[in-house]
Design a protein around this ligand. Structure first.
Ligand code: ADP
Ligand code: MG
Length: 252
């Protein structure tokens, strides 16, 4: 018996050295199951390898979810299509299929406050993570701060590197206030870097033709819009505010 458990420990050690640490940890359980279920050699190998792969996938997804920094987790399935008139079922399916992301299309969600822009952006982001992509969610104010401080703040440098490595960058509430020339220029640098490398989702309550003046410098504004709008799907959400419609009431 002790002979056998020594053997098991040796095996666990070997798996660990081969960087199969998940199997290594779970080996006693897996071996017991193998005996109880009389797994064939093939089944045993299959179970061990699949176990390692599945665990790695799970951890990888959890890591990407943490990095994405969503403000909350609301899925596309939580998004009620019957509550709005902007998005058809077919469009929702296409959103979920992520072909647009594969082709580095951008997505712009426009509309007044409360219509579900952020919810939809988060939902798409969660779905992208589910499908293996790297995603980053940034309120515009936070992005501006990161860009402004990335030269001397290590935290911002790391964040900027993550943004640049992401398949999908979500910028929430773009242009809620005017940018000064250096902010606009830094924003341009980022958009230029991401152009045809990643997809960007922008939410805004101002339409692109109003963005120009908020970006200050007309040349920079044109250059940014050029890249953002080159391959883009625009979703105009003009419904009544979901928040207002479903607000909790004290008076009746
Ligand atoms: P916006 O970003 O456009 O201001 P939000 O995405 O923050 O709006 O939406 C406001 C609230 O209403 C959120 O709690 C969101 O989950 C909810 N909501 C909006 N539209 C829908 C919808 N079609 N189905 C379910 N919940 C919705
Ligand atoms: Mg919002």
């Amino acid at each position: 018996m002790s002979q056998m458990s020594n053997g098991l420990e040796e095996l666990q050690d070997a798996f660990k050295q081969l960087r199969l640490s998940e199997v290594s940890l779970e080996l006693p359980v897996l071996m017991r199951e193998a005996e109880q279920q009389s797994w064939t050699y093939y089944e045993l190998l299959n179970h061990l390898l699949k176990y390692e792969l599945t665990k790695r996938d799970e951890k990888n997804k959890a890591r990407r979810l943490k990095w994405a920094k969503f403000p909350y987790q609301k899925t596309l399935d939580d998004y009620d299509l019957s509550e709005q008139n902007s998005l058809t079922e077919r469009q929702m399916r296409q959103l979920k299929e992520m072909n647009w992301l594969e082709q580095q299309y951008n997505l712009i969600l426009l509309g007044p406050p409360g219509v579900g822009k952020t919810h939809l952006a988060v939902g798409v982001g969660l779905e992208a993570i589910e499908q293996g992509y790297q995603v980053m969610f940034l309120p515009m104010g936070e992005l501006t701060t990161i860009l402004k401080t990335s030269d001397y703040l290590r935290r911002s440098q790391i964040a900027l590197n993550r943004i640049k490595k992401s398949d999908l960058v979500i910028i929430d509430d773009l242009m809620y206030m005017a940018m000064d020339p250096s902010e606009a220029n830094q924003f341009f640098q980022l958009v230029d870097y991401l152009y045809e490398r990643s997809s960007i989702i922008l939410t805004s309550n101002k339409s692109p033709d109003q963005w120009g003046e908020l970006l200050g410098d007309e040349g920079v504004a044109t250059a940014i819009l050029d890249r953002l709008l080159h391959r883009v799907e625009l979703i105009q959400m003009n419904d009544e505010s979901y928040r207002m419609k479903h607000r909790q009431r004290v008076f009746d």
